[in-house]
Design a protein. Structure first.
Length: 202
């Protein structure tokens, strides 16, 4: 995932041990940092020159205390020197670094779509409907449109819950015995076996 790629980028700058320390001791700030990144992931544009991502002040302060160096010195010694800067509590990265976080994941998505379209029954597909949280990413949308310029890419309103809405509509429209809805259960379901005479307290 793109979030994992971002985590790897931070690891290469500050080290895995420091990130683990933040997760264990500043869990709230750590989670918030990645939540902010997820928001930026959807909002950032493919042709945006600089992408700014907020970092919790307490994490920056702890970093300076641990390594006894300024954040500028730390970044300058990483492979991202000149491409990533820290200013006013925000990590600023050039578009090529930010877009690089998408390459592996989007590459697999595009390859998968391409392989599906090789099916003779799908050779005349005219539209691709993108749903799910990741579909909100303007970068992903741009890359998919570039990869398939001859196909209309549709991003529906409320695409986060589009599959759920579609399932509900199909269930109401076609009824229980419909061949349209093949399953009403998760692919993987956990079952629990209860012993006889077992009392379950509320």
């Amino acid at each position: 995932m793109v979030v994992e790629a971002y985590k790897q980028l931070l690891t290469e700058i500050v080290g895995a041990s420091f990130l683990e320390y933040c997760f264990l001791n500043y869990n709230g700030e750590y989670i918030e940092m990645f939540r902010i990144f997820k928001e930026k992931l959807c909002m950032a544009k493919a042709k945006q020159y600089l992408v700014r991502i907020s970092i919790a002040p307490v994490l920056l302060r702890k970093l300076r205390e641990d390594v006894n160096k300024s954040t500028k010195e730390i970044i300058s010694k990483s492979e991202f020197a000149g491409k990533i800067h820290l200013s006013s509590g925000k990590l600023q990265m050039t578009s090529d670094v930010f877009l690089g976080l998408f390459e592996a994941v989007v590459g697999r998505i595009i390859d998968h779509i391409y392989n599906i379209l090789q099916n003779p029954e799908l050779c005349n597909v005219k539209s691709i409907i993108m749903v799910g949280i990741f579909a909100n990413s303007q970068v992903l949308q741009h890359m998919v449109k570039q990869a398939f310029p001859y196909i209309n890419v549709v991003i529906p309103t409320d695409n986060n819950v589009a599959t759920l809405i579609g399932g509900v509509i199909c269930g109401h429209e076609y009824g229980r015995n419909s061949e349209v809805v093949s399953s009403r259960f998760e692919k993987f379901v956990k079952f629990f076996k209860l012993k006889k005479n077992c009392t379950i307290s509320k």
